[in-house]
Design a protein around this ligand. Structure first.
Ligand SMILES: *Cc1c(COP(=O)(O)O)cnc(C)c1O
Length: 364
């Protein structure tokens, strides 16, 4: 291929990653080279199922399509690029799984040493495999995510490692690009935005992005922000920290969100709300989304969908409006939880015989 042709392809067809696509809108030090795996540019998939149920135009922002399978990559490209630019040699994070997977990948790309603190026994095998294969040193902590975050902060304070949790404001700068992409695609902000909330960095980042676009007249409005937590880890709903958060939706198993204040500001300024859902509601929504729309997400990622189903069941009307639901991470992250409740994996074993297969399938 001629190099002119290659240039054209690069310029016109391949998404460059969120820093190069939106650099002028991001508060990162001028001239920071981008460490990127070409994250972002994720699809907005119309949910025919939820649109039909609600009379709204419902879109799914499918963040599982990011390089490491969750939206965390948007913030991580920013945090790791800046850490590298500023001379860091090692990076640390506390994680329920996806932050560590993402950090390890971007640290590998940048040539930094990744150190990960995770709650012992609470990380899915898929997420753990990602951190390990990308070369992270994984330390299991007796405690929950909130304990891990305290420890990560203290390590970064006392030792030469840079903290890349979402308490690092650079993370939110990267993550807000999801709001830009939605407005760029739809032509304006949606009326409602629904998403899962754990440490509350993402809801805060979306609000940052939407308000920035409105202030720049790139959008005429901002959406109402609706955040969803699991009943066993719902501090933003009750107003009190949860000392022992518990839910099968491990990515939102957080009792004391770091971005609590920013998330409350997003709720108040947008006229939105935070709502708690049972694990059963979340897991049922995960399964239905996979069957109805062909989108397989991890449990926590289905909280926004479960939230919409609950709102419809209790009489809220979205008719005539535009709704975006962020589904935050890929279903393959946690296949063990996904398959719970389905009984034996292989229902019927048959000889390699057409008649037997047809009978087992109920065709004959
Ligand atoms: C991190 C994460 C969340 C929660 O996002 P916060 O910014 O912590 O509120 C939800 N879903 C998935 C898949 C995640 O990885």
């Amino acid at each position: 291929m001629s190099s002119a042709r290659a240039d054209t392809l690069t310029r016109t067809r391949q998404w460059r990653g969120v820093i190069e696509e939106y650099r002028s809108l991001l508060e990162i030090p001028a001239g920071t080279p981008a460490i990127t795996l070409r994250e972002g540019g994720t699809p907005l998939v119309r949910s025919d199922w939820l649109s039909g149920l609600s009379g709204a135009e419902v879109w799914l922002k499918v963040e599982g399509d990011n390089p490491t399978g969750s939206f965390k990559d948007r913030g991580m490209t920013a945090a790791i690029s800046v850490a590298k630019h500023e001379g860091a040699e090692a990076v640390v994070c506390a994680s329920t799984g996806n932050t560590s997977a993402s950090m390890a990948a971007y640290a590998a790309k940048a040539g930094l040493k990744p150190l990960v603190l995770v709650p012992a026994g609470k990380i899915s095998a898929g997420k753990m495999a990602q951190a390990i294969l990308h070369g992270a040193q994984v330390i299991m902590v007796r405690g929950n995510f909130d304990t891990c975050l305290q420890l990560a902060r203290a390590l970064a304070w006392d030792y030469p490692v840079a903290l890349v949790n979402s308490v690092n404001p650079i993370r939110l700068e990267g993550q807000k690009t999801a709001a830009f992409e939605i407005v760029d695609f739809l032509g304006d902000a949606p009326d409602h935005h629904l998403l899962p909330v754990g440490n509350a960095g993402n809801v805060s980042a979306y609000w940052l992005g939407y308000t920035q676009y409105r202030d720049l007249a790139m959008a005429t409005r901002t959406p109402v922000m609706h955040g969803f937590q699991a009943e066993g880890a719902a501090p933003l709903v009750t107003g009190e920290p949860f000392p022992d958060p518990e839910t099968k939706a491990t990515a939102i198993r957080i009792g004391n969100p770091a971005s609590w204040k920013l998330a409350e500001a997003a709720r108040e300024e947008s006229g939105g709300d935070f709502t708690a859902l049972s694990d059963d509601q979340i897991l049922a929504a995960q399964r239905e989304l996979a069957c109805q729309d062909g989108v397989f997400v991890e449990p926590a990622s289905a909280a926004g969908v479960a939230g919409m189903l609950q709102a419809l069941a209790t009489g809220t009307s979205y008719a005539g409006s535009t709704v975006v639901i962020t589904v935050t991470g890929h279903g393959l992250k946690d296949t063990v939880t996904a398959l719970e409740g389905f009984g034996p994996l292989v229902e019927s074993v048959v000889d390699a015989d057409v008649r037997a297969a047809a009978e087992a399938a109920g065709l004959a």
